[in-house]
Design a protein around this ligand. Structure first.
Ligand code: HH2
Length: 328
């Protein structure tokens, strides 16, 4: 008798879809379906933890962003300030960058990239002044690792009616890895993101513009990062799409010592768990490899569900143990 399918791993989130409106009438379709959208990282910084200095030249940064789109990135994330936390396993934190310098690095890249592509462009910033200028220059969404603590940023997002990634973190970058205390990390992160959602609502941002992110590596121990990847249910209960950014982060090296540019295996393992637990977007440095990973995972899964598995036979010699009639 045919068996419907072999047991799939437990813990998959219920399937859901969202259509987020982008500026100029475009849309970003997101879903919980095991195949997250891939956000490619472009750091226009001298000091980012994994690619600092590589794309500080605006031409190189634009070329790199276009390469990532060519490789299959669904959206790109431009950042002009490193947000590497200080303390713990992370060493010294990144230096805080004044808005004027962040804009000086960002704007030539954003403006040129906007002329070359219609792909969604996200800008990774914590500052209202930078968010407002970026949105006026054609950015499609804001990625705020500050969790909507800057009133100017909230106002800019509300005015432009664009999506915003609201990432969880506590305290400031310099100290967040030093005083880490959670009793129930996923539950508390979800509660604090719900508080950010209230700040959004009070500042005039519609709920349907929010994307939540637990902030892997931001004020969390390596084990807490694993716990978050395993248990996204309290964040799903907020009812919005989730983004996970685990790519090349230091917790990978905690379990498998390696420099940032040798953490692809760990990054893919984390992306796979994020997908399995229902992330709608993964933020990654290695776009081609991540896209290939998800395409193959999906192809294997589809093949797997097309196979008619047979129940263990009750006869003394089951049919599928008969000697092969041809070469295998
Ligand atoms: N991580 C980093 C930066 N921005 N944004 C979101 N939403 N989620 C993240 O996990 C996240 C983020 C850190 O990575 P990177 O940009 O490569 O490094 P740096 O901050 O040193 O530039």
């Amino acid at each position: 008798m045919p068996h419907p399918s072999p047991p799939h791993p437990p813990g998959g989130a219920a399937s859901r879809r969202w259509r987020l409106a982008l500026p100029r009438g475009r849309r970003l379709e997101l879903a919980v379906d095991g195949r997250p959208k891939v956000m490619g990282v472009v750091n226009v910084t001298p000091d980012s933890f994994s690619d600092g200095g590589r794309f500080l030249d605006p031409r190189r940064a634009v070329e790199h962003a276009l390469e990532l789109i060519e490789e299959g990135a669904d959206l790109v994330d431009l950042g002009a300030e490193s947000t590497r936390p200080g303390g713990g396993v992370y060493g010294g934190g990144a230096a805080e960058v004044p808005a004027a310098l962040e804009l000086e690095r960002l704007m030539p890249v954003l403006e040129a990239l906007r002329r070359h592509t219609d792909a969604p462009i996200s800008v990774d910033t914590r500052k209202g002044e930078v968010a407002a200028a970026a949105l006026a220059a054609g950015a499609d969404l804001i990625n705020d690792v500050g969790g909507l603590r800057d009133g100017g940023l909230v106002a800019a997002v509300a005015r432009h009616r664009c999506p915003v990634v609201v990432m969880h973190s506590r305290g400031d970058l310099a100290t967040m890895q030093r005083h880490i205390r959670f009793r129930d990390v996923a539950g508390e992160v979800a509660e604090e993101l719900a508080a950010a959602a209230r700040r959004a609502r009070d500042g005039g941002i519609d709920e349907e513009r929010l994307i939540f992110d637990p902030g892997i590596g931001f004020g969390k121990t390596p084990r807490q990062n694993l716990l978050l990847l395993c248990r996204l249910a309290p964040l799903h209960a907020l009812g919005r799409p989730l983004l996970i950014g685990a790519s090349r982060k230091s917790f990978i090296a905690h379990y498998s010592p390696s420099p940032p540019d040798r953490r692809l295996g760990g990054s893919l393992a984390a992306a796979a768990w994020a997908a399995r637990r229902g992330a709608a977007i993964v933020r990654v440095h290695d776009v081609a490899e991540t896209v290939q990973f998800f395409r193959l995972s999906q192809a294997i899964a589809e093949q797997d569900s097309a196979i008619h598995y047979t129940a263990p036979a009750r006869r003394s010699r089951p049919a599928d143990s008969a000697p092969p009639t041809g070469r295998r």
